[in-house]
Design a protein around this ligand. Structure first.
Ligand code: PLP
Length: 966
């Protein structure tokens, strides 16, 4: 048995297997892993490990690897990694993450490292100097993030280092709290001197969030009130208090936040604040606000808002806390953003907050420190006596703070004036890009060196479908950041809470050259986005060392099916048409090139790499639309929804995961307007023909198998006519007779063939044969039922023999077996060569039927996808007639381009069924999913006749090599 088949079988028995480094682990229901299974696991281990690691062979397998003992922990080889903000996806457990060799990834941030690794963002920076970072290969990157403002003077500023070294040289003590701390006192005095008027006290902290906690405690202790009001979309840190004030649920969920006492009002809406304050007089202790929201996507409030806020807080006796952790100390082109509340150009009064929170830049880019400044009114002894923090106010950090202020204040604040001017310059340059790409660059926000670039990542602005889907799944922004980092060597940050904002926060020392480098990089980026050049955006992920991609040999068939996104997106305006959808999966990662021409340049290995990265994130997405209008008046328009996994991957996923993928695809199709959804390829197999798809939010489903069975029979009938074979006297072998399609094929063929061989899975002979016997018995029921099918069966058929036996009151099953007319077997080699007709309909992804299995002049109908019959027999066995019963030709007007077939009117029978059901609005037939029914098979076949559909016997129809979908 192949490793894939073995895994599939184990999965069906509830055994989960996964790779843990070079070990193979499993968890299984008691008793399922017998000695035989263990031996098989040992034998197949190298291949299993390859499969479970995603098909790659890299790394090899250690000789001494062992199979671990069963463990209770369940794990899966492939589950979606959730990008920030994608609340739908539960995080993976640690077992499920790909192994990353770096100790930081192993011990500190396994999840993020896996995420960043897939996106090419897992850089190791080994050196930093000014505005530049260097990786271990010596490559230089322009840092336009500056740790969100914490590197005001870039990396390793010499002046700050000098100040720190001086502390060492002087032998000053660092941690002597409580005592009269010289440098803490000196820094506090300097801060009070530069701060807005009225701020006379300082409490030190070690981070932004800790300084925010100080502010919240001060507001409560100063007022004796409890309530804290903050704004929507705010970010104030991630400890419990600051997180409760942070205005996005995604940060709070699961952490018991917000804690009681925290409320929010809309940012920028002074009236909302006033009414919240007047609704609960005497309740709120403080109102905390960022003068420009940073994490929230660089959002400035309207002019006049901050003054109105100050006024409202004064009126209500509420402490106004200005959080300048990010905006403070020069970032926005003034020492504090609240000095210029309405922007740098406007004439306005500076604000006088009651509390001012600082951190980030205060450490000069080398040490962590936070500070909270406040007025006499806010100062209270309770706070002073009962608040402390071991490291707060330490000598080293405060010395860095003093040195940072020295640099900021030097030469009449020259650096801050430079930020105001260069920020204006950068903004103008970005405005220039916006006039070139108005749809892609929607808005530029912020001031100084705190800018946000709002991108327009939607179908209107992006040049191709694949980019639109990546954007829809919040992936494109990360890909853009990855492109800028790896190709343009410019580091910018995505706004983690705004799905389409790039944050640009260079070190304050960045000059025009740095600004222009960024501008040029963004221009090239927008050119690629506008052209829909996915290849340009992804090349760095799969082409190592920036070499040119190695193109595959030109392949006529794949060239045939390459179409641009625009082709696929073609309008299908068919008034009065019923909408349906069809779910598909990848056949191989080569299919990505089919979805976007710009990926065609990549080799198979590169596309496989891309697929491994993408399938970790990407939800199912629509890849095209087809439409058919039949001569009998049927009208149907359907979307093809792709699950980004191959058949093999779907089979290897734990059952619930595979089911989840298909369910998600069906939900997406339903939400997009499809009333009936066909389950293509292995989406049907992993959902047990659709039976496992239950619950709300799902459309009507069909596994498309009824028409597949009908067309297999029809194909065999036509082939027999062509070859002059008398079906009524012929032996028909049904391979995979225990499966959904195989069973129904047996039921149908039992009425038309002379002799039936039911062929089961040789890996499980006993179970298989028992099931096949049941199916054999079932096949006789409609034949024996007098009230049922009253047709007289053709002379010589097995069915006719049954009616004769019945008349003689014999035991038909035993008698037929004794007559050798109804055979149950798992022996391919012995039995298949006896059949004039072989129909293969298994779930196996392997080639099962070879030259040696086929009788001379046999007719072979292979409805499995991927095919079970070895394709070579077309060449090696010209006597054999290999037909593709799985394909039908539609009649009338049809646009099936998106299906990617070589013939413009051919559809797989399962798609044909979905179209027919849409034509007839007949989604309520019994047995459309799960177990098939003969009456429904016949109804669907009638629909096909009515609308002019016919089975295709020969021709260049779908097979593994020349289609992407089924
Ligand atoms: N407040 C604001 C406005 C911030 O931007 C941040 C961090 O980005 C914080 C508070 C929290 O600072 P820290 O990350 O040092 O805890």
């Amino acid at each position: 048995m192949t490793a894939a088949a073995f895994l599939t079988d184990l999965r069906q028995r509830g055994v989960r297997v996964w790779a843990d480094g070079d070990r193979l682990r499993y968890s299984a229901p008691r008793g399922t892993v017998t000695d035989d299974v263990r031996r098989e696991l040992e034998t197949l281990k190298p291949r299993l490990l390859e499969l479970l690691r995603g098909g790659g062979t890299a790394g090899g397998v250690a000789d001494d690897a062992v199979i671990a003992t069963p463990t209770a922990r369940t794990a899966a080889p492939d589950r979606k990694i959730s990008l920030t903000g994608n609340e739908r996806l539960a995080p993976l457990s640690i077992d499920e993450l790909p192994q990353h060799p770096h100790p930081y990834a192993r011990y500190v941030a396994p999840y993020r490292s896996a995420l960043y690794g897939h996106l090419g963002l897992d850089k190791r920076f080994v050196r930093g100097e000014g505005c530049y970072l260097f990786d271990e290969h010596g490559d230089r990157y322009l840092d336009m993030v500056a740790q969100f403002g914490a590197l005001p003077f870039g990396s390793n500023p010499p002046a700050i280092w000098r100040a720190l070294i001086e502390v060492r040289d002087r032998g000053a003590p660092s941690f002597v709290n409580p005592a009269l701390m010289d440098v803490a006192g000196e820094l506090a005095e300097r801060l009070v001197r530069v701060a807005p008027p009225g701020l006379r006290h300082v409490t030190f902290a070690n981070s932004g969030t800790e300084a925010v906690e100080v502010a919240l405690k001060l507001a409560r202790s100063a007022t004796g009130r409890n309530g804290i009001l903050s704004t929507s979309n705010a970010f104030h840190g991630l400890t419990l208090g600051s997180m409760s004030a942070t205005g996005r649920e995604v940060f709070q969920k699961g952490f018991g936040a917000p804690v009681p006492g925290f409320d929010r009002v809309a940012y920028g809406d002074a009236e909302a604040l006033k009414s919240a304050l007047s609704a609960r007089p005497g309740y709120y202790a403080g109102f905390i606000i960022e003068p420009i929201q940073g994490e929230g996507g660089i959002v400035e409030p309207p002019a006049g808002y901050l003054h109105a806020v100050q006024h409202a807080c004064r009126e209500a006796g509420v402490v106004l806390v200005m959080d300048e952790v990010q905006t403070g100390l020069g970032r926005t082109g003034s020492m504090f953003a609240c000095e210029r509340p309405d922007g740098l150009g406007a004439s306005q009064a500076a604000m006088a907050p009651d509390v001012l929170v600082l951190a980030k830049a205060l450490g000069g880019g080398l040490v962590p420190i936070g500070a909270c400044l406040y007025t006499d009114e806010v100062y209270n002894t309770t706070f002073e006596l009962w608040h402390s923090s071991t490291f707060a106010g330490n000598t080293l950090a405060c010395r860095a703070g003093v040195a940072a202020l020295d640099l900021l204040e030097a030469d009449d604040r020259r650096l801050i004036r430079h930020v105001a001017e260069s920020g204006e310059f950068l903004r103008k340059e970005l405005d220039g890009i916006r006039t070139r790409f108005p749809r892609l660059l929607r808005q530029i926000r912020g001031r100084g060196y705190m800018l946000g670039v709002e991108l327009g990542l939607d179908g209107e602005s992006l040049g191709c479908d694949l980019l639109v889907h990546l954007a829809g799944q919040r992936l494109l922004l990360h890909l853009i950041v990855s492109y800028l980092l790896n190709v343009e060597r410019v580091r910018v940050a995505p706004a983690y809470t705004g799905a389409s904002v790039l944050r640009i926060e260079p070190p304050l020392i960045a000059g025009r050259d740095e600004c222009l480098s960024l501008v040029k990089a963004l221009e090239r980026l927008f050119e690629h986005l506008q052209a829909g050049d996915v290849g340009a955006l992804m090349r760095h992920l799969v082409v190592k060392g920036q070499a040119q991609p190695v193109p595959n040999e030109p392949d006529a068939r794949s060239a045939n099916r390459r179409r641009s996104g625009r082709d696929r997106r073609r309008a299908h305006d068919v008034p009065g048409a019923t909408r349906f959808a069809f779910l598909m999966h990848l056949l191989s990662s080569r299919d990505y090139a089919d979805f976007d021409e710009s990926l065609a340049e990549f080799s198979d290995a590169q596309l496989a790499d891309l697929h491994q990265r993408m399938s970790r994130f990407v939800d199912p997405f629509p890849v095209g639309t087809i439409s058919v209008q039949s001569p009998a008046g049927g009208k149907a328009v359907g979307e093809l929804v792709l699950i980004p996994h191959t058949a093999e991957e779907l089979m290897l996923l734990p059952a619930d995961r595979a089911l989840g993928e298909v369910r998600r695809a069906a939900e997406i199709a339903y939400a997009r307007g499809a009333g009936i959804v066909g389950l293509g390829g292995f989406t049907s197999v992993v959902t047990q023909g659709g039976m496992a798809m239950t619950g709300p939010g799902l459309p009507r489903l069909t596994n498309g198998n009824s028409y597949t069975v009908a067309m297999a029979k029809r194909g065999v009938e036509l082939a027999c006519l062509e070859r002059g074979v008398d079906l009524a006297a012929a032996t028909v072998a049904v391979v995979g007779a225990g499966g959904i399609i195989g069973r129904a094929t047996v039921l149908l063929m039992a009425q038309h063939a002379g002799r039936i061989i039911l062929v089961g899975n040789p890996a499980l002979p006993q179970r298989s044969e028992a099931r096949l016997k049941e199916i054999a018995r079932e096949a006789l029921e409609p034949i024996r039922e007098p009230a049922g099918d009253r047709r007289t069966f053709a002379a010589g058929t097995l069915a006719r023999r049954v009616t004769e036996l019945d008349a003689g009151l014999g035991d038909p099953l035993g008698q037929l077996a004794a007559d050798d007319r109804l055979v149950v077997t798992t022996d391919f080699d012995a039995m298949l060569p006896q059949a004039e007709v072989v129909i293969s309909a298994t779930n196996s992804i392997d080639t099962l039927i070879f030259e040696r299995h086929l009788k001379e002049n046999a007719i072979v109908c292979d409805v499995s996808r991927p095919f079970n019959v070895c394709r070579d027999i077309r060449r090696t066995r010209p006597d054999v007639m290999l037909i593709d019963g799985g394909t039908v030709e539609v009649a009338g007007e049809a646009d099936l381009t998106a299906l990617g077939g070589a013939h413009e009117r051919y559809v797989p029978a399962c798609v044909g069924e979905t179209i027919l059901l849409a034509f007839e609005n007949a989604d309520d037939l019994p047995g459309l999913f799960g177990t098939l029914r003969l009456d429904t098979i016949q109804r669907v076949e009638e629909f096909g006749r009515k609308h002019g559909f016919e089975v295709v016997l020969k021709g260049d129809t779908w097979d593994l090599g020349d289609t992407s979908h089924l």
